[in-house]
Structures are given as C-alpha cells and as structure tokens.
Design a protein around this ligand. Structure first.
Ligand SMILES: Nc1ncnc2c1ncn2[C@@H]1O[C@H](COP(=O)(O)OP(=O)(O)OP(=O)(O)O)[C@@H](O)[C@H]1O
Ligand SMILES: [Mg+2]
Length: 151
C-alpha cells in the first residue's frame, strides 16, 4: 500500500504531506468504519473545520470506508491536514485493491448499486465534500481523494 501512495504522490503531490504512517486507518471490517469516522472528527477539529463541515467530512469518510468493506473487502484511508493557498483543510485518501469501478460516472449516480444497496453512498460523499475525485478502473482497485476546507 505504501508504494501506491508514493506513486499517487506524483499525480497528487499533496498526498505526500500525509507522511507514511500519519492517520492511516486500515479498513477491513465494519468496526474500522467507526475508527475512520472518529479519526475524521479529530483531524477536522485540529484543522479548524466548523462543526457542520467536520460532520460532513465524518459522514463522507464513513460512506467511503463502508464501501471498502462491502465492495473491496479491505483497504486503507489516510486522513490528514492540508494547507493550500492559505486555506486549512482536511484531506482523505482512500485506497483499496478491490475490483475497481468500471463506470465511475454511473457509480456516482443516485440509486446506482451493484450490491442491492441504496446506491447513495458515493453520491452523498461527493456532495458533502468540497473536492472529490475517483481514480479507478476495472481490476485496478479504487482510490478516492477528497478535501474539506475550513471553517
Ligand atoms: N471501493 C469500491 N470498490 C469497488 N466498487 C465500488 C467501491 N465503492 C463503490 N463502488 C461501486 O459504486 C457503486 C455505488 O456506490 P454507493 O456507495 O453509492 O452505493 P452502494 O454502496 O451500492 O449502496 P449504499 O447506498 O448502501 O452505499 C457500488 O454499488 C459499487 O458498484
Ligand atoms: Mg456504499
């Protein structure tokens, strides 16, 4: 996994700001979703996000973590503070080696699910975050990069 983040850092330099072990939550079962949510709230507070923004971040990260458990089996999420153009914020990078998302646009539509879910997780997470990007292809795993800015 560390190798993946190094590679990702070439495409998204801010990812390297996370450091190799900073706030890395291994996601393998439902309980890890709770840990990721807690971590999100903690980093949100450190970064000076408002209560509302912190809660949006926590919900979005929960959805992405839950998707890792349900659709990929296991993966990891790094949650860390970022500073860009004088703004403080929180970035989260989720990565898994699961089956990947064949059609990203379709997966982001409300109601689309391959697992008899409501199909609202990804679309809600995107709406709740300020920046949201999916890097994925069939058979290549999934990486989701998101940011929420203070306040
Ligand atoms: N990490 C992932 N790996 C592979 N496929 C994924 C991943 N995350 C999402 N997907 C795909 O995107 C679809 C939409 O995800 P979304 O979270 O919106 O819905 P869902 O998980 O099926 O249902 P729910 O509303 O319960 O979250 C999923 O059904 C799945 O096909
Ligand atoms: Mg989901």
């Amino acid at each position: 996994m560390a190798q993946r983040f190094e590679k990702l850092g070439r495409q998204f330099p801010f990812v390297l700001a996370a450091g190799p072990d900073e706030a890395c939550v291994i996601i393998a079962e439902e309980f890890d979703v709770v840990t990721a949510r807690k971590q999100a709230r903690e980093v949100a507070q450190q970064a000076g996000l408002s209560q509302k923004a912190g809660e949006s971040l926590a919900v979005a990260i929960s959805e992405i973590a839950h998707n890792i458990v349900v659709h990929a089996g296991e993966g990891e999420i790094r949650i860390f503070m970022v500073k860009e153009l004088g703004r403080d914020g929180v970035a989260a990078v989720a990565a898994d080696d699961g089956p990947g998302i064949l059609d990203i646009r379709l997966a982001l539509e409300d109601g689309y699910s391959t697992a008899h879910g409501l199909g609202l997780g990804l679309s809600s997470a995107k709406r709740l975050m300020d920046e949201f990007e999916i890097v994925s292809a069939s058979g290549k795993g999934t990486i989701i990069i998101m940011k929420k800015w203070a306040p």
